[in-house]
Ligand binder design. Structure first.
Ligand code: G6P
Length: 479
C-alpha cells in the first residue's frame, strides 16, 4: 500500500483544520476548526508540507469530501493552503464512534465523569458502537497507509484514534508512528471499568506507536500504570511529555486588532461602573460548554462569594463565555441548560436595576474572548480534570494590566502555573469562593508580577516547537 509520492509527515485527528457549511447558493464555505488540539496543530501551517488526515464531521463536510476529488486530498484553496484528506466515513459509523464511544465513553473515563452508581453500563449497544469505533479507526489507518511515503513520520492525535497506531503498524511496518493524548489519562482503578478486552485493545492499539506523548508527567505515569497492570508494561514504546504552550506571537497580534478593541468597549459598557463611579472588577471564564470544565460549580462559587462577601455586590461582574459543544449528546444539552438556569437564578437573586452580576454569553466569538482576556481582573479556570487548559495559558499573555488566575489543581496547566496561580480544589465551592475573594483583592503590583511570570511559563513551549520536538524525537529514535 506504500505510496511512492506520499507525504513525509502526516498528522491524523478526528477534527481537522477546516470544517464546511453549505451556503444558500449551494457553495461550500470553509471555517477554521476549534478546540485545543486544532489550535495547537494549526501552528504547523501549510509550509511544513504535512498532510493532515481528518474525519468529515457533518453532512457539509461529507459533501466537501465527496465533491473534491472523491474523498482524496482537498484542493489547497479550499483549506487555507493546508494539505487535507477528509475521510467520508459513513454517517452512522462516524456518530457511533465519535459520539457513542470517543465522547461518551473514553472522554468520560479519562475525565472521570461517570456518576458510578448508575453509569457506565457496557451493554450490547456499547458493543455495537465499539465495532464502529474499530471501523472508524481502520478507515484512518488505511488512509494513512495510502498517503505515507516510505519511512514517513505519522503523528496520530487523541482518544478518538487509539487503535490507529497498532493497525498502521500492521499495514506499514516501515513508518514511524507517534501518538499524542490531549486529555488526561485515567488512573488504572478508573480505566479498568472498561470491559477487559476493550481496555486491552486501547492500550495495545496505542502501544503500536514508537512513541507516545502526553501533556504532563501525571498523565504519562497514569498511562504507564495502566499498561503495567493490564498488559504487562510498555513493551518497546517510548513515552514523552510535551506541555503544549500558548502561541504568544499569534495571540498578541490577534488581540491588538480593531475587532477585539471594539469588543472591549462593548464589554466595558455591559459590565458598567461601581457605585463609587470606578470600573467594576471582572471575573472571566472562557470554555466550551463541557462537563469537565466545571462551569456549574464555578457559578456556585461566585454565588457563594456574593453571599459571604457582600462588599463585592455591585462591584464585580462574572463574565462567563460558555460556547456550545457536542450538542448531539443529551447530557451536554442538559448541562448547557443548567449553566443558563443557574446564571439566571444568580441574576434574579442578587441583581439590581443597575447591576447584572453574571454576563453569560453562549455564542462562540474568539475576538470577544480575547477582549475579555485583556480586561479581566480575575480568570477562573476550575476544571474537574483537564489535559492542559489553554485558557489558563492564554490569559496572562494578552492581559492588559495583570490578571489573577484562579486555577484548578486538576488541570494539566497546574504543573507549570501552580506557583503563581491561586490554586483550588474544583469540587470545593467554598474554597473556590475564597480564592475568588483573594484574587479580587490582590494588589495591582502583585497581580502584574504574577502575570508576568505566568506568561513566561505559559509560552515556554509554543505550538510550533511542541510539534517539531515530537517530530524530531520520532525521527531520531533508533530504528
Ligand atoms: C478536546 C479534545 C480535542 C477536541 C476538542 C474539541 O480538546 O482533546 O480532540 O477536538 O476537545 O472537541 P470536539 O468534540 O468539538 O472536537
Amino acid at each position: 500500500m506504500a505510496s511512492t509520492h506520499g507525504a513525509e509527515v502526516l498528522v491524523a485527528s478526528n477534527r481537522g483544520p477546516v470544517s464546511y457549511e453549505v451556503l444558500p447558493d449551494g457553495s461550500l464555505n470553509a471555517r477554521r476548526g476549534g478546540g485545543g488540539l486544532v489550535s495547537g496543530l494549526s501552528a504547523i501551517g501549510p509550509d511544513a508540507g504535512a498532510v493532515w488526515v481528518c474525519a468529515a464531521l457533518s453532512e457539509a463536510d461529507r459533501e466537501a469530501a465527496r465533491r473534491f476529488e472523491g474523498g482524496r486530498r482537498l484542493p489547497a484553496e479550499a483549506t487555507g493552503g493546508q494539505q487535507v484528506r477528509m475521510l467520508d466515513i459513513d454517517a452512522e459509523v462516524f456518530s457511533d464512534a465519535y459520539n457513542g464511544i470517543a465522547n461518551s465513553v473514553l472522554w468520560f473515563v479519562h475525565h472521570m465523569l461517570y456518576q458510578t452508581p448508575l453509569e457506565p453500563v457496557f451493554d450490547a449497544e456499547f458493543r455495537r458502537r465499539w465495532d464502529s469505533y474499530v471501523a472508524y479507526n481502520r478507515a484512518f489507518a488505511e488512509a494513512l497507509a495510502e498517503e505515507a511515503a516510505e519511512g514517513a513520520a505519522v503523528l496520530v492525535q487523541d482518544y478518538h484514534l487509539t487503535l490507529v497506531p497498532g493497525m498502521l503498524r500492521d499495514f506499514r511496518p516501515d513508518v514511524r508512528i507517534g501518538h499524542f493524548s490531549h486529555t488526561p489519562w485515567a488512573p488504572v482503578e478508573y480505566f479498568r471499568m472498561l470491559p477487559d478486552d476493550v481496555a486491552e485493545q486501547v492500550l495495545r492499539g496505542m502501544l503500536g506507536a514508537d512513541r507516545l506523548g502526553f501533556l504532563t508527567q501525571r498523565w504519562a505515569d497514569a498511562f504507564a500504570g495502566c499498561c503495567e497492570a493490564l498488559v504487562g508494561g510498555l513493551g518497546g514504546t517510548r513515552v514523552g511529555v510535551h506541555a503544549l504552550g500558548a502561541d504568544a506571537e499569534f495571540l498578541r497580534e490577534r488581540a491588538d486588532r480593531s475587532d477585539v478593541k471594539e469588543r472591549m468597549l462593548a464589554l466595558r459598557e455591559e459590565i458598567g461602573v461601581a457605585p463609587d463611579g470606578g470600573p467594576r472588577k471582572t471575573i472571566v471564564r472562557v470554555d466550551r460548554t463541557e462537563l469537565s470544565k466545571n462551569i456549574v460549580r464555578g457559578l456556585l462559587a461566585y454565588r457563594q462569594l456574593l453571599a459571604d462577601h457582600p462588599e463585592w455586590r455591585e462591584r464585580v461582574v462574572h463574565v462567563a463565555f460558555a460556547y456550545p459543544s457536542r450538542q448531539d449528546l443529551a447530557v451536554y444539552r442538559e448541562y448547557t441548560d443548567e449553566v443558563q438556569r443557574l446564571a439566571q437564578e444568580i441574576n434574579e437573586e442578587y441583581g439590581t436595576p443597575t447591576w447584572r452580576p453574571v454576563a453569560l454569553h453562549v455564542k462562540d466569538d474568539f475576538a470577544r474572548s480575547l477582549a475579555a482576556y485583556r480586561i479581566a481582573d480575575v480568570a477562573l479556570v476550575n476544571p474537574i480534570r483537564d489535559g492542559m487548559n489553554l485558557v489558563a495559558k492564554e490569559v496572562p499573555v494578552v492581559s492588559d494590566s495583570g490578571c489573577a488566575l484562579v486555577l484548578s489543581r486538576e488541570a494539566g496547566a497546574y504543573a507549570e502555573l501552580g506557583d503563581d496561580a491561586l490554586v483550588v480544589n474544583p469540587y470545593d465551592v467554598v474554597g473556590t469562593a475564597e480564592a475568588l475573594h483573594r484574587a479580587l483583592g490582590m494588589p495591582g503590583a502583585e497581580r502584574a508580577e504574577r502575570t508576568k511570570r505566568l506568561a513566561a511559563a505559559a509560552t515556554a513551549l509554543p505550538p510550533t516547537r511542541w510539534f517539531l520536538d515530537q517530530l524530531e524525537q520520532l525521527e531520531h529514535l533508533p530504528g
